[in-house]
Design a binder for this molecule. Structure first.
Ligand code: NA7
Length: 540
């Protein structure tokens, strides 16, 4: 069969989630470039396209889980709840795609298989699973941090007569769980949402739990459109404050340490945060050292454990779900999770005591026996951070593969630019900010768009991070991470949830306000940390 002709572009964007859409908008509508966006899904949405499982929602306040780049968009779109449901976020991203006429430049249902930097042309040669061939000067990825699903291979799945489901690849048609026996493996953000949503609907729910986690109430509620209007009235100032915080959420971050106040005051602050709701609010809005000081962390743990004990009255289940680790993973919040656990039709299998052995025809066998199931739901997380990068064959200068460059963990200046991969930028790529994403992503998209504009205006052929800048950034990320408790436990942030994956520094934990200063500083100083090559130098 004849090969497709090469499509020659100014820029190619990978991924139709929050990152890709805003990047496409800026390159298409602001810079007027010839640009396309590719996604393997048959629709836009990224994470919010795939994760349609029961109970799926963001646990960030809706009014900061969105874009701020267009004041009229902000004013017109009325979120209905404090925490937006998956379907509502998906409609928002569909609305954005239509409103800014983005669909005309999208290539959907198509997966990029390889992207090689061509040193002769200084362009990216890209190929897809549909045989497309694309040559683009710039390659911008919006691949998502949590998008390559992890499904542990338990033996015997083929003989199971029930249905296996995966939260991160949930079918589009509705499933009637009424009266069914449902198993859930995993109790991270996803598993907690699934269990809370399904417990009241199913016949019996069995949670297969490896590590108990700390979760606080979400305290979701409907929101008044007038409240959104007050933000729209002062949009830039509001989002400027949000972005200058460390975590880019709507709440006020704490400035006092937990051990700097009396025990009574500490209790009052925790109680207030419990009632206000939100996991990040509980970790960062109560005291400024929960994630860095062991004593402060222990005080938060003690408070949450006491709350769990009040709700989960069944002693065996209480013991099973009671967390004992540090409170130093991504902080969870829930919609009556512990009440769901306490229900008589919910049981918890402690996988530390009785690990999963195999699937049977009728269900799942653990060391303590067989559990019969109609459905088994995998809520087992992601090959996080680098998962989608290593699934595509990215190749930079000198034939170096990105997966080899990142064999010991991701490395990229500002999380945006890996050394040896010219004219490639990764929105919310690693090691980058650890924040609520949409407002951070759109700021990075603006930064990248401005870099591309400047490069084109000056007749520059390539912009690439230097190895020194890349190393210095990694050292800075590592230095900051060492000051936190997040790297003291094994979880997806360090790569430790995937067997055989190198433990790595995946984030810049210095806060987004500081992150913006680093990136601005580079741009202001003629893209310090980057090497720029003029077109005539390349030609000579
Ligand atoms: P997470 O937070 O990585 O949670 C995955 C869960 O699955 C967690 O409870 C794991 O237990 C469990 N898991 C993973 N592998 C296994 C095996 N082999 N056996 C038993 N249990 C297993 O993923 P989520 O999707 O919930 O959330 C990811 C992010 O998405 C979240 O932080 C939000 O930002 C959105 P473990 O704790 O490893 O013992």
């Amino acid at each position: 069969t004849a090969r497709k002709p090469v499509l020659t572009l100014d820029a190619l964007v990978l991924g139709a989630g929050f990152s890709g859409l805003v990047m496409l908008h800026k390159l298409q509508n602001k810079l007027g470039l010839d640009v396309r966006l590719i996604d393997k899904a048959d629709g836009v949405g990224g994470t919010w396209y795939w994760n349609r499982y029961p109970g799926a929602r963001s646990d960030t306040e809706s009014w900061v889980y969105c874009y701020s780049f267009d004041p009229q968009l902000y004013r017109d779109w009325k979120w209905t709840e404090r925490y937006p449901r998956q379907a509502e976020i998906l409609s928002y991203l569909e609305h954005v795609s239509d409103r800014f006429d983005l669909r005309k430049n999208m290539i959907l249902s198509t997966a990029v298989t390889q992207a090689h930097f061509n040193e002769a042309t200084n362009r990216w040669d890209v190929e897809t699973d549909k045989g497309d061939r694309i040559s683009a000067k710039f390659l911008i990825t919006g691949l998502g941090l949590l998008s390559a699903p992890n499904k542990p291979p338990f033996p015997g799945e083929e003989r199971f007569q029930g249905r296996v489901l995966q939260t991160a690849n949930w079918p589009k048609e509705p499933i009637d769980f009424r009266g069914k026996r449902v198993g859930v493996i995993g109790n991270g953000s996803t598993g907690v949402q699934v269990v809370s949503e399904l417990a009241g609907e199913v016949g019996h729910l069995t949670l297969f739990q490896r590590t108990p986690q700390y979760s606080v109430p979400a305290q979701n509620h409907p929101i008044d459109p007038a409240f959104l209007d007050t933000i729209a009235d002062q949009l830039d100032g509001y989002f400027d404050r949000v972005r200058k915080s460390a975590t880019v959420f709507a709440f006020q971050e704490a400035t006092v340490g937990a051990m700097e106040v009396s025990a009574e005051e500490r209790e009052r602050v925790f109680e207030k945060a419990w009632n206000d709701g939100g996991g990040f609010n509980f970790m960062f809005g109560t005291f400024n050292d929960i994630a860095t000081n062991r004593e402060s962390n222990a005080a938060a743990c003690d408070f949450i454990r006491r709350k769990i004990a009040q709700v989960v009255t069944d002693p065996a289940k209480r013991e099973a779900v009671m967390p004992t680790d540090l409170y130093a993973r991504r902080p969870l919040c829930d919609n009556h999770y512990y009440e769901a656990i306490n229900r008589p039709n919910v049981s918890v299998v402690n996988l530390r005591k009785s690990p999963i052995v195999e699937f049977t025809e009728k269900g799942l066998r653990t060391a303590e026996g067989e559990v019969e199931l109609d459905y088994l739901i995998f809520a087992t997380g992601f090959d996080a951070v680098t998962g989608n990068f290593v699934r595509i064959d990215f190749q930079g200068r000198n034939g170096v593969k990105l997966k080899d460059h990142w064999a010991n963990g991701p490395r990229a200046f500002l999380g945006l630019s890996a050394a040896g991969f010219p004219n490639m930028f990764s929105l919310y790529g690693p090691p980058g900010p650890f924040t609520n994403q949409p407002p951070a992503i759109e700021w990075q998209a603006e930064w990248v768009s401005e870099a591309i504009r400047a490069v084109n205006a000056r007749g520059i052929d390539t912009i690439e991070a230097t190895p020194e800048a890349e190393q210095a950034w990694l050292d800075e990320c590592s230095r900051i991470e060492q000051m936190t408790l997040f790297h003291k436990i094994d979880w997806w942030v360090s790569g430790a949830n995937i067997p055989g994956k190198a433990k790595a520094v995946s984030f810049y934990m210095g806060g987004f306000g500081e992150y913006m200063k680093h990136a601005d500083n580079s741009a202001r100083n003629d893209y310090q940390g980057y090497r720029l090559t003029l077109a005539k130098a390349a030609a000579a």
